[in-house]
Structure formats: structure tokens, C-alpha cells
Design a protein around this ligand. Sequence first.
Ligand code: SF4
Ligand SMILES: [Zn+2]
Length: 114
Amino acid sequence: MALTKQRLAREHRTLTAMVRIYCRREHGGGAELCAECRTLLDYAEGRLERCVFQEEKPTCAKCPVHCYAATQRERVKVIMRVAGPKMLWRHPILAARHMLDGFRPVPPLKKPKD
Ligand code: SF4
Ligand SMILES: [Zn+2]
């Protein structure tokens, strides 16, 4: 995935780390994600690339748009619940940045990308 913008690239790293933790713990995933988690991460990457907020992106939990389909949104919530506490130990900087992102105000909406 070619997310070159700093904010989105960091969000992508955080998301990937959380899915990896979850997959290893729940599905016995190793270096490669299981098919289910790979599909979900691909989906989330697509949402991230098209996020209407781009570099000003708030956390998805605070987002008024909620661009995820209901099923995928529920899956990501479960992943966050399971992997979130482990992120503090395994990826403390990403976890801290994600926490700080939670305090970002939600910016006014921009025109969506095609
Ligand atoms: S839920 Fe909101 S913040 Fe998250 S990717 Fe979609 S539009 Fe962006
Ligand atoms: Zn998995």
C-alpha cells in the first residue's frame, strides 16, 4: 500500500500491528496473516486511503462518517479490544500516538476522493 502521508502511514502501521497481534493470538497467525485477517486489513487499508479527512483524520471511533460497513466495523472493534492493551507493551510509541489522536478534534468534512 502506498500511503505516503505521515499521519495515514502511521495509522496504517498501528492498524497492521494490531491485526498481527490479534491474528497471532486468535488464529495462530505467524509472519503471514490468516486469510480472514488479511482480507480485513486490505479492506481497512482501502478505507484509510479514501478517508475524507486524510492528514487531519481523527480516530475512526470518533468519526462522524463511519465509512466502514457494519460487519467490518464490528470486526475492527473486536481487534482493538483484544490487541489494544498489548500495544502498550509491544508498540508503546504507536499506542501513545494513537491515544493522543483520540484527543484530536474532528475536522470539518472535505470532499471525498474518487
Ligand atoms: S471511519 Fe472516518 S476516520 Fe475512519 S477511515 Fe472512515 S472516514 Fe476516515
Ligand atoms: Zn487471523
